[in-house]
Design a protein around this ligand. Structure first.
Ligand SMILES: NC(=O)c1ccc[n+]([C@@H]2O[C@H](COP(=O)([O-])OP(=O)(O)OC[C@H]3O[C@@H](n4cnc5c(N)ncnc54)[C@H](O)[C@@H]3O)[C@@H](O)[C@H]2O)c1
Length: 261
């Protein structure tokens, strides 16, 4: 129970990585505000039930709050729901994200705005709304709040033909550093997670292991398998817990060693 008594907001938590983080946080004792534009998971190898319902049914504490992270009014309502429901926000996990594969010449202005609207503007809005509350709340020990941004290894290198996605994730990586610098003295720890290739619903058909793209990802990864949402949840647990006491501005690669060469 490493998060006993803590309150967490997780965006994009209906599916995939966000769902795994919300479930793990609840299992470790946190009260979780599960947030997403949708309540049903896109793809899930477990029950397929909405995340908050599943958590409550298994004895945990969670509520669902619908929120499009690109919308200021909905983000405000999300953070206020956490405070109204549980009294504070100890951990914000910015996980909601879109992916798109294209070069710059194949990227329309609408594509760019859509990607940036969710991945970068969404993170900006959520960080701002949560931070404004975190800095006002009493610290637990030395820490007033924690922010964890789920970026990507593709925010650190330029993968072929993921133009807008990689640029948005690069911005997220830098936002993590900037907020760590600006809010550390107020007791807020800000870190990022940079996943490698994780099997979720983001990439349709990805779970077909005969897919050559998927097989390439597996064979390119030094550790002998693709990532699972639970691998990211483990990292998010560490960064959200008291064990992470003096790390801030860090982007933690969780990629089975992909970026090691
Ligand atoms: N799966 C991977 O290989 C991988 C690798 C690196 C980084 N990531 C990042 O991890 C995060 C989660 O990815 P995933 O693979 O679990 O994806 P996913 O598609 O399985 O889940 C993403 C969730 O975000 C939600 N969402 C989309 N737009 C939203 C919006 N505007 N507001 C709120 N919620 C919204 C979706 O409804 C969905 O439930 C994303 O930020 C993604 O870029 C994933």
């Amino acid at each position: 129970m490493r998060l006993q008594g803590r309150v967490a907001v997780v965006t994009g938590a209906a599916s995939g990585i966000g769902r795994a983080i919300a479930r793990r946080y609840a299992a470790e004792g946190a009260s979780v505000v599960v947030s997403d534009v949708r309540s049903e998971p896109i793809y899930d190898g477990t029950s397929g039930r909405p995340t908050a319902e599943e958590i409550v049914e298994s004895g945990g504490v969670a509520v669902y709050q619908q929120c499009d992270v690109s919308r200021t009014d909905q983000v405000e309502a999300l953070m206020q729901r956490a405070v109204d429901e549980y009294g504070r926000i100890d951990i914000l996990v910015n996980n909601a994200g879109l992916v798109q594969s294209s070069t710059i010449l194949g990227t329309s202005e609408d594509d760019w705005d859509r990607l940036m609207g969710v991945n970068l503007r969404g993170q900006f809005l959520c960080c701002k709304a949560a931070l404004s509350r975190m800095v006002e709340q009493e610290p637990i020990g030395e820490v007033r709040g924690r922010i964890i941004n789920v970026a990507s290894q593709h925010g650190m290198v330029g993968p072929p033909e993921f133009f807008a996605y990689a640029v948005s994730k690069g911005g997220m990586v830098q936002m993590t550093r900037q907020l760590a610098v600006d809010y550390g003295r107020l007791g807020v720890l800000v870190n990022g997670i940079a996943p490698g290739r994780i099997v979720t619903g983001t990439h349709p058909g990805e779970i077909d292991m005969s897919d050559p793209v998927l097989e390439y990802s597996r064979s390119r990864t030094p550790f002998h398998r693709l990532g699972r949402p639970e691998d990211i949840a483990g990292a998010a647990l560490f960064l959200g817990s008291d064990d992470c006491s003096y790390i801030s501005g860090h982007n933690l690669l969780v990629d089975g060693g992909w970026m090691a060469y």
